[in-house]
Structures are given as structure tokens and as C-alpha cells.
Ligand binder design. Sequence first.
Ligand code: GLP
Length: 258
Amino acid sequence: MKVLIHDSAEAAIAAIANRIVEKVIAKPTCVLGLATGGTVEPVYEALVQKHEQQNVSYSRIRTFNLDEYVGLSPDHPMSYHHFMEKHLFGRTDIKSENTSIPFGNAINPNEEARRYEAAIKQCGGIDCQLLGIGENGHIGFNEPTSSLSSTVRIKTLAPETVRANSRYFKDIAEVPRLSITMGIGTILCAREIVLIAIGDNKSKAALEMIEGPLSARCPASALQLHPHAEVYLDEAAASQLTLRDYYEAVHPNGKVES
Ligand code: GLP
């Protein structure tokens, strides 16, 4: 795992966005795994800027999002379909037929989960998966105790995730309790993984992911098994790491070779 510590949130965001763009330029038909959440909003803003100001084209990429709330239709304002349209898809030349997000309103959510896992495989798998991280160490909606080899399936949100995500809803009672999410096994099949964690509230999860034991208690610790995972952190998210001198010696200012 490459631990890349940046001196500000802005620097970490710019670095991960540049990394993704590098991959798109190197392979214009690449398959990207995408995430949602407050942390990735500025990452998408940076990708949009690259499109508008530097003519970066996403017209041939294929995308698969990590997850969706069960019960929300794509046009629901709190759905991850809506989030992606607002922050990235609707603002770039990504072709909508090349984007995939699980359908939370599918009549048979278990069948939808199987279909989604198969669709990723049919595409040849994900070249690069973007991840955020929950305060409890979740990735996608793989909450603590998720199987480390899980595939796309229905997961119940942890109470702390319901609370954290309620900031986007009018009332906590409106937050769906179920999601369809890529499994940890699905995520680990991506050829490369880039994860971003920003802020003090992510420092414990970052510590457990990077230096803690490999454990279902912290789902993101499964990234320790991945041969090509990069973790982008700001100072605050890195504040509890104990091997910081080492990370900074290997990657001064969060620099990583191309
Ligand atoms: C949600 C998403 C995760 C995301 C997490 C953190 O629960 N399912 O993919 O990583 O939120 O979000 P934020 O970046 O807003 O803290």
C-alpha cells in the first residue's frame, strides 16, 4: 500500500484527481470504479475542470459505481444516480450508456446485485477503483464484519453510517437502511485502487486501514491485500499514523512515481 500524505486537503484532492486523469489519458477506454460522498465531490470537480480547461475527454471510459440505496429510484434527489449526474456525468462528455450504478429500485434487489457483479466481469473488470472511507472504516457500504471476499449484495447500513449520511436527508427517518454495494471481494478484483481520506474524523479509520490488523472490523483494512493500492491523505487524516516518518521518506510530500 502506498501511503501518500499531503500537507492540505486541496493537495490530496488535486493529486488523486491527477492520478485518475493520468490513467484515462494512458488508456482512454479504461474502466473506472467510482464512489460517492462529500470527500469525492471536489475530486469530481477537479475532473470536470480538466475536461473544461484542458480538453481531457472521458468519452470512451466505462464506469461502475460502488453502491446505491435500496428503494431510491435514479431520479430521487438523494440517490447516488442523482449525485453522479450532478457532480460528474452531467458535466463532462462521459456517455450515459457507458455508466453503471446499481438500480436501488429494482423489483428484485438480490437479482440486481447478481446482474451488477456479472456486468463488471463482462466488461473485463475494473482498471482503477476510486474509494472514500467511512468513519467506521467502511468502503462502499461494506460495514464492519462484512466478508472480506464478498461480492455485490444487499447490506444493512450501520447506525453510525445512517447518522453520518442523514446530513443529506431532511430527516434521519428518510435515510434508507439497505444498500446494494460492491463487495470487498469485488473491490479487491480492481487492478488498481485509489482511496482518499480527508479530515480528523477519518484519522482513526485511516490508522486501522493502514496499520491495523487485517480484519472485518475495519473493512478498508482489506486493501492491505491489494498489490496496487494508493491511499491519499491530508495531514489531519494522517494524524494518528505511527509510521509516518517511513511513509514520508518513501513518498516525500505524497509524491508517487507514474
Ligand atoms: C458513503 C459511501 C461511501 C463513502 C462514505 C464516506 O457511505 N457509501 O462510499 O466512502 O459515504 O463519505 P464522506 O466522504 O461523505 O465522508
